[in-house]
Each structure stands twice: as structure tokens, then as C-alpha cells.
Design a protein around this ligand. Structure first.
Ligand SMILES: NC(=O)c1ccc[n+]([C@@H]2O[C@H](COP(=O)([O-])OP(=O)(O)OC[C@H]3O[C@@H](n4cnc5c(N)ncnc54)[C@H](OP(=O)(O)O)[C@@H]3O)[C@@H](O)[C@H]2O)c1
Length: 372
């Protein structure tokens, strides 16, 4: 049995530490992957600093992390899609309430994956590139395709234009980059927001038009651009995105629904460990007030909203829709690309906390990756 090592979170708010971990064999519908690259996400930091609030079910010691790419080393007895040695990307679902399992956290050498949340990657795609996709594509897919969200048509190679337009606020984020591509692959027009330096980037991914989210006239500009069109709704990503999307969608015809990716308040200034309680309480108060304001605004504008939980697709038809039916062929024929592009910040599990801190300071149209 191979020796495994993990980046452990031994208790709520504890520092990350590297140490030995058990190697876990796959269950019937699981595979084990030798991880070669992981990407880091705001959610990984959030679990460390406020796991007691957002993931109260987690049993410690725990291994966090969602995004991996690597090679399949062992296959569960009911798995037919993979062979040992296959190069794959996958969504490590350990932090999800339904899994709550350290063996399924990304930040270790050998990770157990749900087979239906993994996809083969083309030979020409580096592990570092592939690792940027899983949580970004999953969160975007949850917002776009789940029935209780935007309920859009599934992405397909037989592209029939739907005649509807999706607004992606935060198009250059990791979630937004995937939302643009998925919507275009499903036959929708897309308008997106980004910083002007990323206009060309979001257009390359398929957005028809790009708008600067910092512009004072952005809301009016987008409403004008969408006049006479039927909208598929909006995905709100980034600070302040929800209020603007509600204003825009509320002034449009079509599906007046905003799928929310970003919480109403940021917890970025809450440190792990000592001194966290006063900041945590202040952030929680901002969150409650922000949610009330958004609910009132949405009701006033006749817009429905719902907060996305990016791992919900593990338990419904959207997981297989993306990882089994869509990604394998779309990655192979180049219809879907790994975006945003990776910035490799180091090698080895010990580099992950540094990558998380760099992520907290902010990135633009890139995803931070650590190789293992
Ligand atoms: N609900 C869930 O399950 C779930 C899952 C994953 C992520 N998220 C959330 O989704 C958000 C994005 O995460 P990510 O990993 O995709 O982010 P990311 O790629 O790290 O975000 C970086 C990008 O954010 C953009 N940005 C910064 N401030 C913005 C604003 N006010 N409005 C719109 N865009 C802004 C920047 O765009 P420019 O450089 O073009 O200015 C930059 O490209 C975060 O709030 C994260 O917590 C939620």
C-alpha cells in the first residue's frame, strides 16, 4: 500500500500541518488518484477560519481542498469509465456534508474521488492546467443547470442557439470563466463583467460583450445592452455582484433569477486561531444585514435568488452531466478550455498555505496551483 501524506487541519481554526495519512482504498463507485497538481480556492481558507459556521459537520482531523489532477492508481469494483494510469481531473468532495471524509480532501498525495466527479484529460493538457477546473466548473454548473437555480439547457456538442442571454457578473473569476464557457456550450448568449484588462479574455471564452464592473454606469449600460432580449438569468460572482444583478435582471424580460456564488459579506479579514472571534462576529453581522438587504431588494424587483453550494452536483444529475457527458469530449475537442490559466506557486503540500494566503491577497484571471 503506498505511503500517503496530507496537509492536515487538526481542529477548527488550527494551522495547517503536513503529516502522514492513511491510504484509503476506493469504495465500489470510487477511484483513487495519485495527485500531481492541486488548485486553491477561497473556500479552503473559509473552512480553516470559520469552519464552525460554514461546515459545522466536519470531523477533525480533516483534509480540505477540492481541485485535483493526477493519475488513477486504484479503481472501485463498479467503476467502468477508468483504467489504472489514466490521467484525470476531479472534484474532491470530502468537505461536502454528504461525504465529510478526510480521505476525499484534495490536499494529500492519494485522494479518493467519486468516479462520477472525475473526467479524463487530453494528453496535451498538463496536470497544472487541469487542476484549475473542478470547483470552478462545478459551482458554475450548479448555478446554471440545477432545476432549483437557472435550470438552463445542458451543454451539448449539437449546439442549437437558445435565443436567450445569460449575465455572468465576475466573468474573469474562476467560477465566471467556467460559467461563460458552459453557457455558450449550452447555446446561450453571454454578457459578462470584468476589469477592462480582462475584456479580451472573457470574449475569448465566448462572452458577446464585456462591461467594467467598477464603472458608475455599468448597471444602466448592461440593462441597455439587454433591451429587447430574453434573459436566462444571471450568475452573481464577486463582492457587490448580487445587488447589481438583481437590479439588472429586475429590469429585463425572461428568467428573473439570480444565482448567487458570493456570500453577502466577506470573511477574508478573519484570521485563523487567536483573535478571530471579534472579527468573525463583525463579519457574521455584516452577512446577516447584507442578506436582509438583498432579500428586500429582490422582492421589490420581482427577482428570485438562491445561494449556490458548489458541491451539490455530487448528488444530482448535474455531476454526471458535466464530468461524464460533457467534459471528456469537450476538453478533447477543445470546445472547453481549462480557464483561468494556472499560476504555479510551488511544489509540495507545505506550499499550499502560502498559496492560500496569496489567493487571499487577490488574483486576476488566474488560478493558483501547487504541484505534488
Ligand atoms: N458558492 C460556492 O459554492 C462557491 C464556490 C466557489 C467560489 N465561490 C465564490 O465565488 C467567488 C469567486 O471565486 P473564484 O475562486 O472564482 O475567484 P477568483 O478567480 O479568485 O477571483 C478573482 C477574480 O475576481 C474578480 N473580481 C474581484 N472583485 C470583483 C467584483 N467585485 N465583482 C466581480 N469580479 C470581481 C477579478 O476580476 P478582474 O481581475 O477582472 O477585476 C479576478 O479576476 C468568491 O466569492 C468565492 O468565494 C463560491
Amino acid at each position: 500500500m503506498p505511503a500517503n501524506t496530507a496537509l492536515w487541519l487538526n481542529a477548527k481554526g488550527a494551522p495547517f500541518t503536513v503529516g502522514p495519512a492513511p491510504y484509503t482504498a476506493p469504495g465500489a463507485n470510487e477511484i483513487v488518484v495519485r495527485v500531481r497538481a492541486v488548485a486553491v480556492n477561497p473556500f479552503d481558507r473559509a473552512i480553516q477560519t470559520m469552519g464552525g459556521i460554514i461546515t459545522p459537520w466536519i470531523s477533525y482531523p480533516f483534509v480540505t481542498g477540492s481541485d485535483i489532477a493526477g493519475e488513477v492508481v486504484e479503481i472501485g469494483r463498479q467503476v467502468t469509465r477508468f483504467r489504472i494510469g489514466d490521467r484525470v481531473l476531479g472534484y474532491a468532495a470530502g468537505s461536502d456534508k454528504r461525504r465529510n471524509r478526510a480521505a476525499e480532501g484534495a490536499f494529500q498525495d492519494y485522494v479518493v474521488l467519486l468516479a462520477h466527479m472525475a473526467a479524463p484529460i487530453p494528453d496535451a493538457m498538463a496536470f497544472e492546467e487541469a487542476a484549475v477546473l473542478p470547483l470552478g466548473v462545478s459551482t458554475a454548473a450548479c448555478g446554471l443547470f440545477q432545476k432549483e437555480f437557472l435550470a438552463m439547457n445542458a451543454p451539448s456538442s449539437a449546439l442549437a442557439p437558445k435565443g436567450e442571454t445569460l449575465l455572468v457578473w465576475g466573468g474573469s473569476t474562476s467560477v465566471g470563466s467556467n460559467a461563460i464557457q458552459l453557457a455558450v456550450a449550452a447555446g446561450y448568449d453571454v454578457v459578462a463583467t470584468a476589469s477592462p484588462r480582462n475584456f479580451a479574455y472573457v470574449k475569448r471564452l465566448g462572452a458577446r460583450e464585456a462591461f467594467d464592473y467598477r464603472s458608475k454606469t455599468v448597471t444602466a449600460d448592461i440593462i441597455r445592452a439587454l433591451r429587447g432580449e430574453k434573459i436566462a438569468g444571471a450568475v452573481a460572482i464577486g463582492a457587490g455582484s448580487a445587488a447589481s444583478c438583481i437590479d439588472i435582471v429586475g429590469a429585463c424580460t425572461g428568467n428573473r433569477f439570480v444565482a448567487l456564488a458570493t456570500p453577502a459579506a466577506s470573511f477574508d479579514d478573519v484570521p485563523a486561531g487567536r483573535g478571530r472571534l471579534p472579527r468573525l462576529a463583525a463579519a457574521a453581522a455584516r452577512m446577516v444585514a447584507g442578506n436582509i438587504r438583498l432579500a428586500l431588494k429582490a422582492r421589490l424587483r420581482g427577482v428570485r435568488t438562491k445561494f449556490i453550494w458548489g458541491s451539490d452536483l455530487i448528488a444530482n444529475e448535474v455531476g454526471p452531466m458535466i464530468f461524464e457527458a460533457f467534459l471528456p469530449s469537450a476538453l478533447a475537442d477543445g470546445r472547453f478550455v481549462a480557464a483561468p490559466s494556472p499560476t504555479v506557486v510551488g511544489a509540495g503540500l507545505a506550499q499550499i498555505p502560502l498559496a492560500l494566503e496569496r489567493q487571499r491577497q487577490g488574483v486576476s484571471a488566474t488560478k493558483l496551483v501547487v504541484t505534488l
